[in-house]
Design a binder for this molecule. Structure first.
Ligand code: LLP
Length: 437
């Protein structure tokens, strides 16, 4: 359950009426619910508690320092994919000893940085990378802790841009050759091969791929151990899906049910890297209607959030629920599970509802947050809530069209705090040299 609900025809985040936030901080605005973030982290911790997992929150989903700190304060480590994310994680928590470092293109400088900052594990994605890590570690006189990342060749189809475990993608070591790669570094003075890693894709709505992946993982771990590697960790990555459209995602317990038996069989400590599951439904992107317009038989709501604020609809064709913040009629019960199970849009049946596109001010026809969506008529100045925007929302925001990036606010109970101020024109040009004046 998330903590966004309608009361008296007004959307609330926890106990704060959302219009109050628009008034104070302006729009577009990312609004996060702290209770949702913590509930979701707790849900994963509880589901897997039997095997005492290390939950490494995936910083790429949302790396805001306050959110990362909240994760760290509540027992999470971090999954990072660049030195920048590593530094965010370090700033948010005390040490690197709970930071796992994945990514296909780690530079020598990044490897050195991670080693000097007590990295928990490198998730290694190629043979060249393995040897590069070994060389840097030897230069520093240490042994690098590594987990070999396998591409398990499984079909949890997500989206062509987020599939990570099907044959032919750039991630991980091929399942056919990983055992030979492991054999090649037995006794390497700069490497301690102590884990196996996989990340099946994102988002995944079924548990079955995890069962298949974990079983393949156990078989590989046995082979690595037979070679003499002391394997202690099984990292099953992230990817747990969330409800974007309807009640479609699995609870963490469904994933636990299929992963835990394999973890027990392996005798390893489990690592998980959830990002979207924790942050996805913990935020709305709040926007204000600038104009409405009808042309070519289509109706447009032009509001002040754009593809530079939330690129998922443009990039992946992703669906995000968009509803008025102060609808003119009562919103029935819990809107996300109400009405048509395939499209629980509570406004569909309302008399003033018609099909509209929700677009932003950016100069591209691809700049939309929703296409052909049944929505009630709105007018200039009305507020809209774009749901499920907490993961890969602000994290993927840009300054395209020289738009300043949105502000972010964290709500807890009746209080709210700015956790990222709105950018200014000075921020936009801060790195540029105006040298021809
Ligand atoms: N671990 C690794 C190695 C990953 O590559 C990812 C995500 C995660 C963990 C976290 O996955 P999550 O639990 O958040 O699903 N921008 C796309 C998603 C890209 C995911 C990239 N890797 C989107 O907006 O859907």
């Amino acid at each position: 359950m998330d903590h966004f609900d309608y009361r008296d025809r007004t959307l609330y985040c926890e106990d704060v009426p959302v219009p109050e936030l628009a008034e104070k901080y302006g729009t577009p605005l990312y609004v996060y619910s702290q209770a949702t973030l913590l509930d979701r982290l707790k849900e994963v911790q509880t589901a897997f508690t039997e095997v005492k997992p290390v939950i490494c929150y995936s910083v790429k989903a949302n790396g805001n320092l306050s959110i990362a700190r909240l994760m760290g304060q509540n027992g999470a480590g971090f999954d990072v994919t660049s030195q920048g994310e590593f530094q965010r994680a370090l700033k948010a928590g005390p040490t690197g000893s709970k930071i796992v470092f994945a990514g296909v293109g780690k530079s020598d400088a990044e490897i050195e940085f991670a080693l000097k900052n007590d990295v928990f594990l490198f998730d290694v994605e190629s043979e060249q990378e393995l040897h590069a890590i070994g060389a840097v570690a030897q230069k520093l006189g240490v042994k690098a802790p590594v987990a070999l990342r396998v591409n398990p060749d499984l079909p949890p189809k997500t989206h062509v841009k987020t599939d990570t475990s099907v044959k032919g993608v750039k991630f991980g070591l091929d399942i056919e050759t990983i055992v030979d790669v492991a054999k090649g570094v037995v006794g390497h003075p700069g490497l301690a091969v102590v884990g196996l890693h996989m990340h099946l894709g994102s988002p995944i709505l079924k548990a079955e791929p995890y069962r298949m992946g974990a079983e393949k993982g156990v078989a590989l771990i046995k082979q690595f151990r037979a070679q003499g590697h002391d394997i202690k960790f099984l990292n099953m990555g992230g990817g747990f899906g969330i409800n974007y459209r309807k009640d479609e995602a699995k609870p963490a317990s469904a994933f636990a049910e299929v992963i835990i038996p394999a973890v027990k069989e392996s005798g390893c400590q489990l690592i998980l890297e959830p990002g979207r599951f924790i942050a996805g439904n913990a935020a709305i992107l709040l926007s204000r209607v600038v104009f409405t317009k009808s042309t070519g038989g289509k109706h447009y709501i032009i509001q002040d959030a754009a593809m530079n604020d939330l690129i998922r609809p443009t990039l992946y064709g992703s669906f995000h629920r968009i509803w008025p913040v102060t609808p003119s009629t009562e919103v029935p019960v819990r809107p996300d599970v109400n009405g048509d199970p395939d499209d629980p849009n509570p406004f569909r049946a309302m008399p003033n509802c018609f099909t509209q596109d929700v677009v932003g001010p950016v100069c591209e026809s691809g700049d939309y947050l929703a296409k052909d969506r049944p929505l009630p008529g709105v007018k200039r100045g009305d507020l809209l809530a774009v749901f499920s925007a907490g993961a890969y929302g602000m994290a993927m925001a840009s300054n395209y069209n020289s738009r300043v990036r949105a502000a972010e606010v964290l709500v807890t109970g009746r209080t709210h705090r700015l956790i990222r101020r709105r950018e200014t024109f000075a921020d936009l040009v801060a790195c540029e040299e105006d040298c021809l004046t």
